[in-house]
Write a protein that binds this ligand. Structure first.
Ligand SMILES: [Zn+2]
Length: 327
């Protein structure tokens, strides 16, 4: 699942491309991808809106629209955004030919036969891409935003867990209810982390995944932050000393910042705006590194399962004492 760095990286890519563009209209191919409001209202409201800003809140990608609306996009397990240059056409014939296959795969997007003008305009918007977009990458499109300049912003999502919502700006609090502080903002301080951990008896790993404690952490960066801070994932969250909390705070900020610098962590499904994989997987220290030596001490990294999630840690660097064990 994309976490804060992956979403932030996509937001930065998208910001450079689509701020100032206008959404002419949208086509939805899987209605349940729209979480709010009802699909018909969503489609009516989103048409002819200018995209005024792109930002991120926790793991949500946010597109501010003219006047006083915003789109929130949560990719969940397998959702990705893909920006097609002008000149790509939608083929929805599968809907009639094979409705079952359609419900899984959605429409097909094809690059129209090139004429001079299209080739030139397409070139400009694919400059930052290393390889051309393939038809295959456009599979599983659930919603397509058609921009007035001919480009298309696709949300692809094989497993259909992603959600897109449209809200008035006044409803932002409701849209993001339950989200804690942004870890890379000034509001996230060691003191704030201390008070968030104070009442919690469950394990550190579980607590770090709770979005109300700190927004945007998931499995990867929680494991990495705990490793950074020499803390065992099964430590009871309220058992930390202030020095340990300071180090954990530093670890959270540090691993997220590095993750963004590396363009996010890629595993099976994550792709950036151009359909390319991030580089951070080459930089993780413990996540999915079980069986390999710890980079600090050489001990073999272990993997445990708690609450149906795995945790990866170094048993030497991240010791668990009986007194600190979670109930
Ligand atoms: Zn170690």
């Amino acid at each position: 699942m994309p976490e804060l760095p992956e979403v932030e990286y996509t937001a930065r890519q998208l910001r450079a491309q689509i701020v100032g563009a206008t959404i002419r209209d949208a086509q939805v191919f899987w209605e349940r991808i729209i979480g709010h409001p009802a699909p018909a209202d969503f489609l009516a409201e989103v048409a002819d809106r200018e995209i005024s800003a792109v930002r991120r809140r926790g793991k949500f990608l946010v597109l501010d629209l003219s006047s006083d609306l915003f789109l929130s996009i949560h990719r969940r397990m397998t959702g990705n955004l893909l920006l097609l240059p002008p000149g790509w056409e939608i083929d929805t014939s599968l809907r009639e030919v094979d409705p079952l296959a359609w419900s899984t795969r959605g429409p097909t997007f094809r690059e129209a036969p090139i004429d001079g003008q299209r080739a030139a305009s397409g070139q400009a918007s694919t400059d930052s891409r290393l390889k051309p977009i393939t038809e295959n990458e456009t599979s599983y499109c659930r919603i397509c935003f058609n921009l007035a300049d001919g480009r298309r912003l696709l949300f692809t999502d094989p497993r259909k867990f992603g959600r897109i919502e449209l809200w008035p700006c006044a409803g932002e609090e409701e849209a993001f209810r339950g989200l804690g502080p942004e870890p890379l903002s000034d509001t996230f301080t060691p003191e704030r982390l201390q008070s968030a951990l104070a009442g919690r008896k469950s394990t550190l790993k579980t607590v770090l995944l709770a979005q109300e404690v700190v927004a945007g952490l998931g499995n990867i960066y929680a494991d990495e932050a705990l490793y950074y801070a020499f803390l065992h994932p099964l430590r009871r969250a309220n058992s930390l000393t202030i020095d340990e909390i300071r180090l954990l705070h530093e670890g959270i900020v540090s691993v997220l910042t590095l993750g963004i610098e590396h363009g996010g962590t890629s595993f099976s499904d994550y792709r950036d705006l151009w359909g390319e994989a991030g580089d951070n997987y080459n930089h993780v220290r413990v996540y999915q590194q079980d069986g390999r030596p710890c980079m600090r001490c050489g001990t073999t990294i272990e993997r445990i399962v708690l609450a149906q999630r795995s945790a990866h840690f170094c048993p030497t660097c991240q010791k668990l004492t009986e007194v600190s064990i979670a109930e």
